[in-house]
Design a protein. Structure first.
Length: 475
């Protein structure tokens, strides 16, 4: 009998519990000085999509517990408002004015569509950690280079990779294939059969990686695809939410995403069920760490790659996915780039704290370097937030900068001032907001503060470096 991904994961965890019960002692790894790092990146999860950030229509108890017993960031920003440049900022410590990948740009390899490759010369988080003898894995969606390219995860510091090498393939939860390192693994030849749910496969590989590397320092970059469209989840999870919400209209057959195979009659239920499944998986990872005796020596960070989407039947208004912030994915307003972030590190992070000081994806690389003892590369835009984790004062950013290339846009935040140029080509006017009193960016006060606008526009100009591959209007 062939087991589903979920069943395989359950058996793996049960088997682990039995082995550990007989072991009678904690792993030697727990005694080492190197901290394991697990970085979990959700896909298109909005600022308000967790109940610890205000979600009321469903609950995320495992992530809530992580926040209650750890640290919740209230002003954390993604690298961009879409996946690939956001991942690039995360991996390289550079914002989108300096990073080598500044948009979702596809290339075709062997008849399949992948993503522009991250150049070899840029040092990634994984490469820094490997210098400190970490075993590294990327499991899930990788949007920085396809098979045979310099951007492939195995060429960017990851010892192990399993998942999607093309973002287009990650749009579907019953994929026809995945890659394991450089090997293409055939899965659902006919997606209608729905044999292998991608989230379950990611979790099976992630738990196996943790178990196999419990006795040595490891870095797990778990880049899941929930809750990106399509809206589909195995029936065992969907049944819990059927009838809970008024479903205004099903997502019709013949459309992109789930509609391609019969439609999604319960899009709201499916959305809630998907995030609930992810929440449960985070809980299982934490349980596994405790059973292995390495939870006290492991930092878990959970966040999202950008704001909520409105595709395939997703309904961010109904769920208040933006948490009251303006905008969604592909916007540089707060709702498109401000994301939840939770950090859990027993014995280091004082439980129940929140951090209001702004931080961003480009801060992750220097943070992980400082945690591991690796040398921080020169020329980064990021600043380590390790002091935040330890409850100490840290250096603040002078400002934060973003640019978006699909509809050329820019944004800069300095203190509580936020400037947005939402489409430079058609409407070059700069909007100005005071986030201290207007976090929802409802009141454009540019006319009242022309000097502030001028200063922030200068920051936009100096923050953007020209790149022949990523052409941008003169600003």
């Amino acid at each position: 009998m062939k087991l589903s991904g979920k069943q395989t994961l359950t058996l793996a965890l049960c088997g682990t519990s039995v082995v550990l019960a007989h072991a009678g002692e904690k792993s030697e790894k727990a005694k080492s000085n190197k901290t394991n790092i697990i970085y979990i990146l959700a896909d298109d999860l909005g600022y308000g999509d967790l109940s610890c950030y205000g979600q009321t229509k469903f609950a995320t108890p495992n992530l809530d517990a992580l926040a209650t017993q750890g640290l919740r960031f209230t002003n954390h920003y993604a690298g961009c408002t879409v996946s690939a440049p956001s991942q690039c900022s995360l991996m390289t410590g550079l914002h989108t004015g300096h990073a080598p990948i500044r948009g979702n740009n596809s290339v075709r390899i062997d008849g399949e569509v992948y993503d522009t490759a991250l150049p070899e010369k840029y040092k990634t988080v994984a490469e820094c950690l490997k210098e400190q003898d970490y075993t590294t894995a990327c499991i899930g969606k990788w949007g920085l280079g396809g098979p045979g390219t310099e951007g492939h995860p195995n060429n960017q510091g990851f010892d192990y990779f399993y998942g999607h090498l093309g973002q287009g393939h990650a749009h579907f939860y019953y994929p026809q294939f995945m890659f394991e390192n450089d090997q293409k693994i055939t899965l659902n030849i006919d997606p209608k059969e729905k044999k292998y749910y991608s989230e379950d496969l990611f979790m099976e590989k992630a738990t196996r990686f943790i178990m196999e590397n419990k006795d040595q320092p490891f870095f797990l970059y778990l880049s899941v695809t929930i809750p990106h469209a399509e809206l589909i989840v195995p029936d065992d999870e969907l049944e819990k939410f059927k009838g809970m919400y008024d479903e205004p209209s099903p997502w019709p057959p013949g459309q992109h995403y789930a509609g391609e195979f019969g439609g999604q009659p319960y899009p709201r239920a499916a959305f809630a069920a998907m995030i609930t499944r992810l929440d449960g998986d985070v809980g299982r990872i934490r349980q596994l760490l405790e059973e292995l005796g390495i939870d006290q020596n492991t930092l878990i960070i959970f966040t999202s790659d950008n704001g909520p989407h409105k595709e395939g039947g997703a309904d961010p208004e109904f769920f208040n996915s933006g948490g009251g912030l303006r905008g969604i994915k592909r916007d540089l307003y707060e709702g498109g780039i401000r994301v939840p972030m939770i950090a859990y590190w027993p014995g280091v992070i004082q439980p129940g704290r929140t951090i209001d000081m702004p931080s961003a994806f480009w801060d992750v690389l220097p943070t992980f370097c400082e945690i591991s003892g690796a040398k921080i590369p020169k020329g980064l835009d990021g600043i380590s937030f390790l002091p935040d984790l330890k409850g100490k004062k840290r250096k603040e950013h002078d400002y934060f900068y973003w640019e978006f290339h699909e509809s050329p846009s820019q944004a800069v935040r300095r203190g509580n001032w936020k400037a947005v140029r939402k489409n430079i080509e058609s409407d070059p006017a700069t909007e100005l907001y005071d986030l201290s009193v207007d976090p929802g960016e409802a009141d454009n006060i540019a006319v009242s503060y022309p000097n502030i606008v001028t200063k922030l526009e200068k920051l936009m100009k100096v923050s953007h470096t020209n790149d022949t591959q990523w052409k941008f209007p003169e600003n």
